[in-house]
Write a protein that binds this ligand. Structure first.
Ligand code: NDP
Ligand code: 8X3
Length: 252
């Protein structure tokens, strides 16, 4: 029987690359996101290219009732989930605390933290029932260190870091692995979203150095997910070679 992975936020960036990596290794994929057109086209593409089963589910991870409605009603042949990747997330704005938007803060906390909590809680009964599972949370280097004007985003990702540690303890009796991957700068749609469509500001983030690519994170997630059943990578910080921490870059 093929293994099953559920990836949130698979319409772009890491989530899309993770789906492609696992599908290319013959895993069946449940992919989620809000943009239905993209999700459907990615699902078709993966099915055609790799001949695996793909289930696209359209919902907003901020909407608690929608999360539970969609995930609790999974068909029986999709319930045996081996790996859950909590990836859906975003940054909005890069303003000093006094200027930052309350709405942006709400969306980041509701998506990055509460979305991860809701999706995990909805899936957990299946993992507990099968007495095994692997949860991979996509944190950020912003969840390990803060940087100027990172306020709401850094706080939301520090919370994901704390949640990952907490899950790892509480889920011990259920034989569930919890891995947190904390990337530094990776060029995806992340900065375009953060700067609300300003492509010039987004491109400037990656000028003068080679950032990571979504495929690098997908390779790492695949490595973590395919270790022996007794081995769990707990926590990883991953940066481009030109990045030492949240604020130190070597730019040419
Ligand atoms: P992208 O913007 O390329 O992808 C983000 C994905 O999240 C999209 O598929 C989007 O789908 C989904 N998403 C966002 N909000 C919601 C929501 N409310 N409900 C459901 N899905 C949602 O960015 P990345 O791939 O770079 O980001 C993925 C994760 O990695 C995020 O958690 C981000 O914080 C984290 N990260 C990114 C880094 C980077 O430098 N790129 C570094 C460290 C961490 P849709 O819009 O269709 O709903
Ligand atoms: C994304 C990386 O440095 O913009 O999480 O916070 S950073």
């Amino acid at each position: 029987m093929a293994k099953i992975i559920l990836i949130t936020g698979a319409t772009s960036g890491f989530g899309k690359a993770i789906a492609e990596k696992f599908a290319s290794n013959q895993w069946d994929c449940i992919i989620t996101g809000r943009r239905e057109d993209r999700l459907t086209s990615i699902a078709d593409d993966l099915q055609n290219k790799f001949n695996v089963r793909v289930l696209p589910l359209v919902f907003d991870v901020q909407k608690r009732n929608d999360v539970f409605k969609q995930l609790s009603a999974l068909p029986d042949d999709w319930k045996h989930i081996d790996v859950l990747v909590n990836n859906a997330g975003l940054a909005l704005g890069r303003d000093s605390f006094e200027n930052a938007s309350l709405d942006d803060w709400d969306i980041m906390v509701d998506t990055n933290l509460k979305g991860t909590m809701y999706v995990t809680k909805a899936i957990l009964p299946f993992l507990i029932e099968q007495k095994k599972g692997h949860i991979i949370n996509i944190g950020s280097i912003a969840g390990k260190e803060v940087y100027p004007n990172g306020n709401g985003y850094c706080a939301s990702k520090h919370a994901v870091d704390a949640l990952s540690k907490s899950m790892r303890i509480d889920l011990l009796p259920h034989n569930i692995k919890v891995t947190a991957i904390h990337p530094g700068a990776v060029e995806t749609e992340f900065s375009l979203v953060r700067f609300k469509g300003d492509a010039t500001k987004a491109a400037a983030i990656y000028e003068g150095f080679t950032p990571l690519h979504a495929e690098d994170i997908a390779d790492i997630a695949y490595y973590c997910a395919t270790l022996p059943p007794t081995v769990c990578i707990n926590d990883l910080i991953v940066t481009p070679v030109a990045q030492a921490n949240s604020t130190s870059f070597y730019k040419k």
